[in-house]
Design a protein around this ligand. Structure first.
Ligand code: ADE
Ligand code: ZN
Length: 330
């Protein structure tokens, strides 16, 4: 049903699309020794207590990624899977510090990811890159990362902020984001995933974030909810992620329903699909069922993603029309 609607994905980490099979393939190709004996052993480790426990496995798997060809193959595989789900446009995070800290040049990462996007263009899917700073690494490192990417700012869509949230408030990165915005980059930030509603406020006020990634803990602050509604601040929600990282008890208890009821601008996304058990279509289908969403609510999620994207106005209007027409046929 939703597969026929044009989907837009706004919250996916390319490193989080690295399926265990590909981790092993790339490691073999690169002569990298992995600490696990098999794909099955790696899969068995995908039980998490919280965000930090997930991140340590996620960063460990990145050891397999070394060449531009690896990043291209990773991107191409994700876009192929996304296109099969009906995704027509994706705005995709990457974590350069995870790779530069292992000696992989940032240009290798960006070249590879852009090549993967180019290879997928025949599938009818477009994509843009959002460079994320790791908030649990020093601010100076984020600034150096931005400056190393600055000559290629035109090839990037924006900057984001990710990794372990609690104890790393957005305020730390105000200067980095100001410089990024000065380069013409759009700004988004993870906030209100494990961190408090105050981090959402900081991301808006101090980073100039145009979208909040996750953001569901904003529900704890009624004044913030009113602000998000009135300003139509997009919140990119990732249901499987929130359950697998134990921020939310179950899909049936997911606050997405309350966010819709509060008239917030929300979309459904996959975050790290290789780790959390499904892609955007799986997330959408599961919340539709578990939260008993009506057709109108599913349509709001699909249209919300289009509205929340950084696409030009005409493309948004065209996708909106297509989504509404597909909904009528469903
Ligand atoms: N990096 C990859 N996935 C993430 C998430 N859900 N939150 C913060 N950083 C991440
Ligand atoms: Zn994320």
């Amino acid at each position: 049903m939703t597969g026929r609607r044009p989907l837009v994905e706004l919250h996916v980490h390319i490193e989080g699309t690295l399926e265990p099979e590909m981790t092993f393939e790339l490691a073999a190709r690169n002569g990298v020794e992995l600490p696990w004996a098999s794909v099955d052993e790696l899969r068995r480790l995908m039980e998490f207590d919280d965000l930090p426990s997930f991140l340590s496995l996620y960063y460990e798997c990145c050891a397999a990624l070394l060449t531009a060809g690896d990043f291209s193959d990773l991107m191409h595989a994700y876009l192929r899977r996304a296109a099969a789900a009906g995704v027509v446009h994706a705005e995709i995070f990457f974590d350069p510090q995870t790779h530069t800290s292992r000696g992989v040049p940032i240009d290798t990462v960006i070249d590879g990811l852009l090549d993967g996007i180019e290879r997928a263009s025949s599938l009818g899917i477009t994509a843009g890159l959002i460079l994320c700073f790791l908030r649990d690494r020093p601010v100076e490192e984020a600034l150096a990362t931005l400056r190393s990417a600055a000559p290629r700012a035109q090839q990037l869509l924006g900057v984001g902020l990710d990794s372990a949230e609690v104890g790393y408030p957005p305020a730390l990165f105000a200067e980095v984001f100001a410089e990024a915005r000065g380069l013409g980059l759009r700004a988004v930030a993870h906030a209100g995933e494990e961190g408090p509603p105050a981090y959402v406020v900081e991301a808006l006020d101090l980073l100039g974030a145009e979208r909040i990634d996750h953001g569901y803990r904003a529900l704890e602050d009624p004044a913030l909810v009113a602000r998000l509604r009135e300003d139509r601040v997009p919140l990119t929600v990732c249901p499987f992620s929130n359950v697998r990282l134990k921020g939310v008890e179950s899909l049936a208890a997911h606050p997405l329903k309350r966010m819709l009821d509060e008239d917030l601008l929300v979309s459904v996304n996959s975050d790290d699909p290789a780790y959390f058990g499904g892609y955007i279509d799986d997330n959408l289908e599961a919340v539709t069922h578990e939260l008993s969403l009506g057709e109108d609510e599913v349509e709001r999620l699909v249209l919300g993603a289009i509205e929340s994207s950084f696409l030009p106005g005409e493309r948004k209007a065209e996708l909106r029309d297509r989504a509404i027409a597909a909904g009528r046929r469903a």
